[in-house]
Write a protein that binds this ligand. Structure first.
Ligand code: NAP
Length: 339
């Protein structure tokens, strides 16, 4: 598997990261610990080195499974976890306060059976905590050797830019990775974050690259999935990011039809084409594949090394183009400047 540098950091990561969000969750959405461990081993054998977990995945079980699976081979792995969401019932068991970040990381390290993580993400903005407090706490953890580098996830663009400015002002470690939802069916971040990350030297690490499984091609336009065994989109609540009604749109079925045409032409699968479209973006350091089964892993690993011809990338860009809102439309119409 090809390696890429993670933003302007010195970390080298495989172009496919392995997401572990459903490891340790019960059926039908989750993967039991034994199967999850086998999936992690197969991913490492295939040349992957970038594991993504979080303190809240499966209530901490995901971190435990990852820790057990990499015991004895810790240094082969770039290990990423996250802090911010609620890990307990108390008012200080969530957020980006110094207290929660430090305590959260200590607990993650115990579950992961290691003395450091390579990458710590702030999982989303905390409206109660001054970002300077969070960045200083994270910087101290880097200084103490418990965290290698820091990343951001699910911040608004101004929040991310403000964070970078605060880090720069005080000479603290700044974010080197950005984890955002990005796929052919969810391109919202493109208006702000792709430019932002490439100019700021931040490696983009897309999550939900298949739109929760939609882009695997296993769903059909006229067949609303109702049985949990059909895939996780069958059981998502109506207000969820992955709600079926958010996926079941004319635009998305047109995207899937184009993915299918290209897959047939190239002798690849739907998932491989959808993942390769993300891998073609220079700002992307590593795409996080989410898998529930070994067969899904084998399928998605096939995206490594699949290079889409430029004409096919353009076709996918066109069919999935999100509407250009203001001020982006205004700037594209009138903002050009040539010497
Ligand atoms: N930072 C954040 O806020 C955030 C949020 C979400 C996720 N993440 C990270 O990103 C990772 C990936 O996210 P995701 O799980 O949403 O990714 P995804 O690729 O969009 O969806 C993965 C799901 O799609 C189905 N699937 C995957 N490959 C398939 C294949 N080849 N054929 C058929 N079905 C397939 C499986 O679910 P079924 O079999 O149940 O259909 C699998 O669990 C997570 O594990 C986590 O590490 C981060």
């Amino acid at each position: 598997m090809k390696m890429r540098v993670l933003g302007r950091s010195g970390l080298v990561v495989s172009e496919l990261a392995l997401g572990t969000m459903v490891f340790g969750e019960g059926p039908p959405r989750g993967t039991d610990p034994q199967d999850a461990a086998a999936i992690i081993r197969r991913y490492l054998e295939a040349g992957g080195n970038h594991l993504d977990t979080a303190d809240v995945y499966a209530g901490g079980r995901s971190e435990e499974i990852v820790g057990e699976a990499i015991a004895g081979r810790r240094d082969e792995v770039v290990l990423a976890t996250k802090v911010r969401f609620s890990t307990g019932k108390g008012p200080n068991d969530a957020g980006l306060s110094r207290t929660h970040i430090v305590r959260g990381v200590e607990q993650s390290l115990r579950r992961l059976r290691t003395d450091h993580v390579d990458l710590l993400y702030m999982h989303t903005w905390d409206p109660l905590t001054d970002i300077g407090e969070s960045l200083r706490a994270a910087d101290d953890l880097v200084g103490a050797g418990k965290v290698g580098a820091i990343g951001v996830s699910n911040f608004k663009a101004w929040q991310l830019m403000k964070s970078l400015a605060v880090s720069d002002r005080f000479g603290w470690n700044r974010f080197v990775a950005a984890q955002y939802q990005h796929s052919l069916v969810v391109r919202d971040i493109e208006a702000e974050f792709l430019d932002l990350c490439s100019t700021e030297g931040i490696g983009m690490v897309p999550w939900s690259p298949l739109g929760g499984g939609f882009l695997s091609g296993k769903y059909r336009a006229d067949q609303r999935p109702t049985d949990a065994g059909e895939g996780r989109l069958a059981t998502q609540p109506a207000d969820d990011e992955e709600a079926w009604d958010r996926r079941d749109t004319e635009r998305n079925w047109a995207i899937l039809a184009e993915v299918e045409r290209i897959a047939v032409d190239l002798g690849a699968t739907h998932s491989q084409v959808a993942l390769a479209w993300l891998l073609a973006k220079p700002v992307v350091s590593s795409v996080i594949i989410g898998v529930r089964t070994m067969a899904q892993l084998d399928d998605n690993l096939g995206a490594a090394g699949l290079v889409l011809p430029p004409g096919e990338i353009a076709a996918l860009d066109e069919v999935s183009a999100p509407p250009l809102g203001y001020p982006y439309r205004f700037m594209s119409l009138y903002g050009e400047r040539r010497p």
